[in-house]
Design a protein around this ligand. Structure first.
Ligand SMILES: Cc1cc2nc3c(=O)[nH]c(=O)nc-3n(C[C@H](O)[C@H](O)[C@H](O)COP(=O)(O)OP(=O)(O)OC[C@H]3O[C@@H](n4cnc5c(N)ncnc54)[C@H](O)[C@@H]3O)c2cc1C
Length: 438
């Protein structure tokens, strides 16, 4: 291990899409900076997700403004490795100063001088600013209701790769956001009996009247919404770009043999219990779906757009039996369930960031990424400034705001009054020999 000490104006921690976007904006503004990444650029896309994952948004949308996906139809959905390649290419494009394979282990504010001391796996760094771009999805979360069940394999969706990885037998997938629903669909297509535990969700149509839902959320101002609707804090979004993209339709999944169940409540002696809220959760998802169609129709009428009618989008399949007579308990052994996949989200890990930038609940205290600890910034978090903040296109705009904030602060700091300017002029006009002799 080398122990060199580096001084840098701005240190960015993490080189996922958030770190790459930060580096681009800092470079444009001439802010000297360094990005440290413990693994590789866009590692989460490369190895942190299941094999068949494709982006949830089409290639024209899920990208940064400065580069298109090479060789990909703009309406297609990039595979996870194509997304990782994209960010690597993007970083190369502007020669981003990224050092990979370096873990940041501690950041503390200096008590005797400005800035921060940063401990890393490759030596100590002195930085005036630290931008935290370590991602919103770091630690897989399995809720405490999960029981130790030695007869059943339990994994988080972060550890799921493909159906072949699982033992013979049925699977219970807990959580029906984009990850859970896509994994459940893939397992069912691979011939497995699947139980899917469905909580509160939004489920926009994949496309309506020839426009992808990403377009609709854009023109309707929803990506830019700055505050979450009250009561939506625990609502996930169920969308899929798999197999060319399709609307997530829970009734269709049930028609194809999947058993839908309500929110998972608890485990007792090998029996899982579910809340009696499946019908309500599905109904709310339908409401969300139909509301988007209504808003889209109104937008088309208001703007006089010539987009084809699509009345069949309003046809809802009949309720399957698992919806009208939901099961409230499942004996795992009797049902032959050999695997539980927890698609229940992630939390963050800021144990290395030892600064005063956190609320009592451990969440960063910030305004659009500018934290309460001067010189510390966060980027890439859900709702950092708007709904799109943790998504590919949204993080780029947040990074721009943060880079501009840093550049502005530097400008103020570099201000010199008349006496200082005069002193500097005199110093620069002195012969080199005299300067050296001082
Ligand atoms: C399954 C899944 C599918 C998704 N699909 C989409 C999609 O289709 N479209 C979309 O727009 N968004 C999608 N997202 C959301 C989001 O775009 C991704 O999660 C994205 O990876 C977040 O980028 P990031 O740069 O903020 O974080 P990350 O990609 O997680 O990058 C953070 C980086 O920081 C590094 N790091 C962490 N701690 C340290 C440390 N202490 N020192 C050094 N390095 C460190 C990590 O190694 C990592 O590379 C998806 C998320 C998930 C979980």
């Amino acid at each position: 291990m080398t122990t060199h000490k580096t001084k840098i104006d701005t240190l960015v921690v993490g080189a996922g899409q958030a770190g790459v976007a930060m580096s681009e904006h800092l470079s444009r503004l001439g802010v000297p900076h360094l990005v440290l990444e413990r693994k590789r650029i866009a590692e989460a896309w490369r190895t942190g997700r299941w094999d068949s994952l494709v982006a949830n948004g089409p290639a024209w949308h899920d990208r940064f403004p400065g580069l298109e996906f090479e060789g990909l139809d703009p309406d297609a959905f990039a595979g996870k490795d194509q997304v990782a390649d994209y960010f690597e290419a993007y970083a190369r494009k502007f020669n981003a100063p990224i050092r990979t394979g370096v873990d940041v282990t501690q950041v503390v504010r200096n008590s005797d001088r400005p800035g921060f001391t940063v401990q890393t796996s490759d030596g100590v760094i002195e930085a005036q600013q630290v931008v935290v771009a370590t991602g919103p999805f770091q630690r897989p979360v399995i809720p405490p209701i999960a029981a130790q069940q030695s007869s059943v394999l339990q994994i988080h969706s972060a550890a799921y790769r493909n159906p072949q990885q699982l033992p013979e037998g049925a699977v219970l997938v807990v959580g029906a956001g984009s990850s859970g629903v896509q994994i459940a669909d893939e397992l069912q297509r691979a011939g497995k009996q699947v139980y899917l535990s469905v909580g509160a969700h939004d489920r926009p149509p994949r496309a309506y009247r020839n426009r992808d839902f990403c377009w609709w959320l854009g023109v309707l101002g929803e990506w830019d919404a700055e505050t979450m609707q009250p009561g939506k804090e625990h609502v996930t979004i169920a969308v899929s770009g798999a197999r060319g993209g399709h609307t997530v339709d829970f009734r269709r999944l049930a028609q194809q043999g999947m058993t839908l169940v309500g929110l998972t409540k608890g485990f007792d002696n090998g029996v899982v219990s579910f809340e009696a809220n499946l019908a309500e959760n599905i109904a709310r998802g339908d409401e969300n779906y139909l509301a988007l169609l209504d808003a889209a129709d109104a937008y088309i009428a208001r703007n006089g757009l010539d987009l084809p009618q699509e009345p069949q989008a309003r046809e809802i399949l009949p309720d399957p039996q698992c919806l009208t007579q939901p099961i409230l308990e499942l004996d795992l052994a009797k049902a032959g369930v050999s695997t539980i996949i927890w698609a229940t989200g992630y939390s963050v890990d800021y144990s290395w960031l030892q600064v005063d930038a956190f609320k009592d609940n451990g969440k960063p205290r910030h305004q659009r990424g500018v934290s309460s600890e001067p010189g510390v910034y966060f980027v890439g978090l859900p709702w950092l400034s708007r709904r799109g903040s943790a998504f590919i296109w949204g993080v780029w705009h947040d990074a721009k705001h943060i880079a501009e904030h840093i550049a502005k602060q530097r400008t103020y700091l570099n201000y010199r009054d008349a006496a200082q300017r005069q002193a500097e002029r005199e110093a620069s006009s002195q012969p080199a020999s005299l300067i050296g002799a001082r």
